[in-house]
Ligand binder design. Sequence first.
Ligand SMILES: [Zn+2]
Length: 219
Amino acid sequence: MSDPADVRPLANLPLDQLVACHECDLLMRKPVLSRDEKAQCPRCGYELYAHRHNVVERSLALVLAALLLYVPANFLPIMQLHLLGQSADDTVWSGVIGLYSTGMRGIAVVVFLCSMAIPLLKLLCQLAVLLSIRWNVGRNYGLLLYRIYHHLRDWGMLEVYFMGVLVAIVKLLDLAELSLGLGLLCFISLLLVQVWLEVVMSPHQIWVALSGEDLHAGD
Ligand SMILES: [Zn+2]
């Protein structure tokens, strides 16, 4: 991918023409990618970055879909429990309230932050970043919000929450009659949309666009 005729040693190249592998720290010439190409590290095979087409538009569509799913995923019943003639609807929100009112306030706060507040903040940061690129306004705030997003990424734990729900369903199946709710479907869809968004919203292209370079160069 790099120009084979250019045999200058790496030390003589300007810094913006170099790239280091995140995994094995190999320093190399930054390959120039055309549309839908990926650059991989020649030593360890890690994907350095990709050049995807319509990154901003596709990511915006996915962020909006995730925000639409967020409300039913948290406020519609994940499952309905029928036990001894009584039935109860369980939503993510009612789980937080339940933990809080039974005295487990610390756990309630952690569950609220990791499964509701931080995933929402992450989506809002992504939305603001994408809109700032799309409308070409407030790039500096966009940069700040994208940095915040990268810090928040470590704290949103929808996957862990989902595993907890699955374990609870398996355990409760023996004890009570259980029916799965629409909330669970929305929750799984939200997880999948977020994974898809992580793939589409290529960080390299977003950083480049936020720092004012032309996102569509090479299209
Ligand atoms: Zn590598």
